[in-house]
Design a binder for this molecule. Structure first.
Ligand code: ATP
Length: 226
């Protein structure tokens, strides 16, 4: 059964269009290709298209506010499309609305501001992302020294990478009773040789880093332990 699931997962590769290949769009498109997906990159700037021609599966220079162009590119047949145009509000909204009209199953769009995000949601974009805002929140926890990394899984559920607090050094995980006391779960431990899943018998050592998941409030409290 597990083997079957693994096999199915391995062969799942999506066809994704990334529209707007600025800093965010090009990083996203490149990462998708590295993860084995077929990516159609589109940008109105010829130079950008030229630079990414050897990196992405297909790259096209086109204005995506033109319906006919999107039809010719066969956008409607793709699994999903990401509108990564930020500064040009009109181009972002027009492109997103055309993708929805053409029936693209999953339309994602980047928003540069709260109002931009609100409009994208109102026209029916399935996922609106705020890269600068989300990265700012993540880095804040690192800069403040509370954690080594901090990722919001949901508004009230986070995953954190942090050092083993002194109070838990040399404790067996089952005896540390971290879940019972704080309501958070240690997911993985890095003893210097890479992350391994955490087991009840795992030992927490000084200098080890751990990955913990849980509700934001309790997890923030845990991170404030010395
Ligand atoms: P980033 O921060 O990711 O660099 P940004 O938020 O500054 O991007 P923009 O500069 O508006 O966003 O757009 C990103 C890319 O989208 C640019 O490379 C631009 O050429 C492209 N773009 C803008 N309008 C269109 C359009 N109508 N059709 C296709 N591409 C477009």
């Amino acid at each position: 059964m597990a083997q079957e699931i693994k096999k199915k997962r391995r062969f799942h590769s999506a066809n994704v269009a990334v529209i707007g290949l600025g800093r965010f769009g090009s990083a996203l498109a490149t990462e998708l290709v590295k993860s084995g997906h077929q990516v159609l990159g589109i940008d109105s700037d010829d130079r950008i298209v030229q630079n990414l021609s050897t990196v992405l599966t297909h790259v096209v220079a086109a204005d995506t506010t033109d319906e006919e162009t999107l039809r010719e590119l066969g956008i409607a047949d793709l699994d999903s499309a990401v509108v990564a145009i930020g500064a040009d509000l009109e181009a972002s909204i027009l492109t997103a609305s055309l993708l929805l009209q053409l029936g693209v199953k999953q339309v994602w769009a980047k928003a540069n501001s709260e109002s931009h995000g609100r409009i994208l949601r109102q026209i029916g974009v399935h996922q609106v992302i705020f890269p600068e805002y989300e990265m700012g929140r993540r880095v804040a926890h690192q800069v403040s020294g509370e954690s080594l990394d901090y990722v919001h899984i949901d508004e009230d559920f986070v995953m954190v990478k942090t050092y083993v607090p002194e109070v838990f050094e040399d404790k067996v995980l089952a005896e540390a009773k971290i879940r019972a006391t704080f309501g958070v779960t240690v997911v993985a431990i890095n003893d210097g040789n890479g992350y391994k899943p955490a087991f009840p018998e795992s030992v927490l050592r000084k200098g080890n880093t751990i990955v913990i998941a849980g509700p934001k409030g309790p997890l923030d409290q845990f991170c404030q332990l010395d």
